[in-house]
Design a protein around this ligand. Structure first.
Ligand SMILES: [Cu+2]
Length: 441
């Protein structure tokens, strides 16, 4: 018994030595360079990863807190790292240069700052002229040495995730193609005052029109799948030809800038019914396009057709004071087409400046007014006062909450009505409003 123990004691180190020797013999010539990376709000540690060209790289990324992503666009890598979990990403550093990487899963206010850089340096060889062999020099890659053989690639990883679109579902009134996450219920509230902002001395005690009547509309959007969503929206505005509208719509998200598409695209179809969806229906088909032009600016284009926007001439002047013949002599269009252009420019990680402009063709909502001859007072006909929608504002995003202070020349916010100023406010006059967006769950 004692002899066996002594033998074992002798053998154990020997066996270990043999094992390690074997293990060395079994290891491939160039083992993967393993680099441990920690992801946490709102940084990667280390921030700079340096490897040599040609080297097999094994990134072991651990999230310390919430869900994060690792997007290294220069190497077409985009992986999610679940909260408190570790993800191993393997690749060969076959492209030389500097490559930005970033978190691709929205993780909070500082998400945009969660970036880093992969530096792939030149391969270094030691050539032995005596033995006519060469070997890779096993020193750290030249991180600080200027590597100018390939221009640095700046990855736009932040556009590469559905949850990371740095804009809301609307600019001011203009819809964007932001994706509605599956099974999410989102609340949208808009508020528009009626009186435009005027100099204080003109308005007496009515500070910036804030004492005027206002229109408060609200809606909910539900993500049926990650692409398909349903929308219900109600606007209480009640004017001639326009009253208590409920809009029901379905949208579909086709393209994200994430999917290496140059554009984000959604389409939306809806029906608006007046008197709480009981009559006078308007049908809308809209496309929403977005494109990020820099890290800070997103451009939008949302054209739409609004079928039956004027119903059966419901916005035409009514007989009464005027004869049916006088009224019949004036005709507005029946349908509208609108072409909404928008800009969202980020000035801080969660704050954006907004601008939009929506010219239209066909029927234009506005104010139909009679025109009289100045001298004789004779009735000459009607004219339609209408202005294309213009809106601007400032947006603040806080997690699942977005607040926008807006200035626009229209109170109407439904798809068929936002494009025209129902207040017929010219571009020099704007009314204050705000939008509130809240993702409930
Ligand atoms: Cu993040």
């Amino acid at each position: 018994m004692r002899a066996t123990t002594r033998h074992l004691a002798l053998f154990a180190p020997l066996a270990l030595l043999m094992l390690t020797t074997f293990a060395h013999a079994e290891t491939p010539a160039s083992p993967a360079r393993e680099i441990h990376v920690t992801a946490r709000k709102f940084e990667f540690q280390p921030k700079t990863i340096t490897v040599r060209k040609g080297e097999a790289v094994r990134l072991v990324i651990t999230s310390e807190d919430v869900d994060h992503g690792f997007a290294l666009q220069g190497y077409h890598i985009e992986e999610k790292i679940k909260a408190k979990q570790t993800k191993v990403i393997e690749f060969t550093a076959d492209r030389e240069g500097k490559f930005a990487f970033a978190c691709s899963v929205y993780c909070g206010d500082g998400h945009d700052e969660m970036t880093g850089e992969l530096i792939v340096g030149k391969e270094r060889l030691r050539i032995d002229t005596r033995t006519k062999t060469f070997a890779r020099v096993d020193t750290p890659a030249p991180a600080q040495a200027p590597q100018r053989s390939e221009p640095p690639v700046v990855a736009k990883a932040h556009d590469s995730n559905k949850a990371a679109e740095p804009y809301d579902y609307h600019i001011v009134n203009l819809p964007t193609p932001k994706q509605v996450p599956r099974h999410s219920l989102n609340f949208y509230f808009t508020h528009r005052f009626a009186e435009p902002v005027r100099p204080l001395e003109d308005t007496g005690k009515d500070l910036f029109g804030l004492d005027s009547f206002s229109i408060s509309s609200f809606g909910v959007t539900y993500g049926i799948t990650d692409r398909l969503y349903a929308n219900v929206y109600r606007s209480p505005i009640c004017q001639p030809g326009l009253c208590k509208t409920i809009e029901l719509g379905l949208g579909y998200h086709w393209l994200s800038e994430a999917g290496r598409s140059p554009l984000a695209l959604s389409t939306y179809a809806s029906v608006e019914g007046e008197e709480n969806f009981s009559n006078r229906y308007t049908y809308n088909i809209q496309a929403m396009l977005a494109r990020s032009v820099t890290r800070y600016v997103n451009l939008f284009f949302s054209p739409a057709v609004h079928i039956n926007a004027n119903g059966s001439g419901r916005f035409n002047p009514r007989p009464g004071f005027f004869t049916p013949e006088e009224v019949a002599a004036f005709r507005l269009g029946q349908h509208s087409g609108s072409f909404g252009f928008g800009v969202n420019g980020r000035i801080r990680p969660t704050v954006s400046l907004l601008f939009e402009y929506t010219p239209r063709v066909g029927f234009k909502l506005g104010q139909v007014l009679p025109v009289f001859d100045e001298e004789t007072g004779r009735f000459l006909g009607f004219k339609n006062n209408s202005e294309a929608e213009i809106g601007f504002g400032i947006e603040k995003r806080i997690g699942r909450h977005v607040f926008s202070l807006t200035f626009s020349n229209t109170q109407a916010t439904t798809t068929s009505r936002y494009n025209s100023s129902n207040l017929a406010l010219p571009p020099s006059k704007f009314a204050i409003g705000f939008n509130l967006f809240r993702r409930l769950f």
